[in-house]
Ligand binder design. Structure first.
Ligand SMILES: C[S@@+](CC[C@H](N)C(=O)[O-])C[C@H]1O[C@@H](n2cnc3c(N)ncnc32)[C@H](O)[C@@H]1O
Length: 258
């Protein structure tokens, strides 16, 4: 989502968002190609990413030094770079060729970056290889989470964990209120003027998330509705107050059952 993020009015200045539509088809896995480097500018220091999403994800990771980490939907590689700087051995992938190229620039030869679609099998990832799978703001682009969590389970080493963030169902319900229980695509318009592009994601109810998680053999270790970082109160008081009082993203840490 936009997660560009400062995505949902009124806290978002640019990119802007128009009224969501739920009439279209599902997302194209490569839709971020059209966003390109603008995504880095939108999220590197944004209130909802730098002041909320990344700190909340990082808080769930634990010690990553020496751990094999799969960064799913890595985008321009901000989290991959954070991971390698702390000693993780990182493989990252994204369906967007443009995002994967940006990630390669962010990490140079310190991580393996692959172009791959999360909704399909991940042949580049060996069985039981990874200690940690992290999927930051990407799962809402995939309709069916069951095979996705099946692949996460396959590639995780014993004792491994999954950490992911996704849209909070209550946030999506406010923006697409006709049916809380529907799993359906929602299209938003990001950025203003001639550079506007449409971005589509899947909205889903909470139980669709938890059913996909447990049917793939995972237990929910943590389910977090975080607060923004305190420093944001001075830097961007409007965004801070918005995220302090309204649901935005939901964060999970999962552990595989035996
Ligand atoms: C909101 S961005 C998040 C990027 C990064 N994880 C971060 O937090 O900065 C979503 C990313 O998911 C990628 N993506 C969307 N659908 C995907 C799919 N089916 N398979 C792999 N990546 C996908 C997009 O190309 C984009 O880079």
């Amino acid at each position: 989502m936009l997660s560009p993020p400062d995505d949902r009015a009124p806290i978002r200045s640019a990119p802007a968002m128009t009224t969501p539509s739920t009439d279209g088809g599902g997302p194209d896995a490569r839709q971020y190609d059209a966003i390109g480097a603008r995504y880095v500018g939108a999220v590197a220091d944004s209130a909802s990413n730098a002041g909320y999403e990344r700190p909340a994800t990082i808080a769930l990771l634990g010690d990553v030094a020496g751990r094999h980490v799969l960064d799913v939907g890595c985008g321009p590689g901000l989290l991959s770079a954070w991971l390698v700087e702390r000693g993780a051995i990182v493989t990252a992938f994204d369906a967007s060729v443009v995002m994967a190229d940006l990630a390669k620039k962010a990490v140079s030869d310190r991580a393996r970056i692959v172009v791959a679609d999360l909704s399909k099998p991940l042949p580049f990832a060996a069985d039981r290889h990874f200690n940690l799978v992290v999927a930051s703001l990407v799962l809402h682009y995939v309709e069916d989470w069951t095979p996705v969590f099946g692949e996460f389970r396959r590639v995780l080493a014993p004792g491994g964990a999954v950490v992911f963030s996704t849209h909070h169902p209550a946030m999506d319900w406010v923006h697409a209120p006709e049916d809380y229980f529907a799993v359906k695509p929602v299209t938003e318009t990001w950025f203003e003027g001639a550079g506007a592009i449409e971005v589509t994601f899947w909205r889903r109810p909470l139980h669709a998330m938890t059913e996909a998680i447990s049917s793939a053999g995972f237990l929910i270790e943590r389910l977090v509705e975080p607060q923004p970082v305190p420093e944001l109160a001075d830097r961007d008081p409007v965004a801070y107050e918005q995220m302090r009082t309204k649901p935005r993203f939901l964060f999970f840490r999962l552990r595989a059952t035996l």
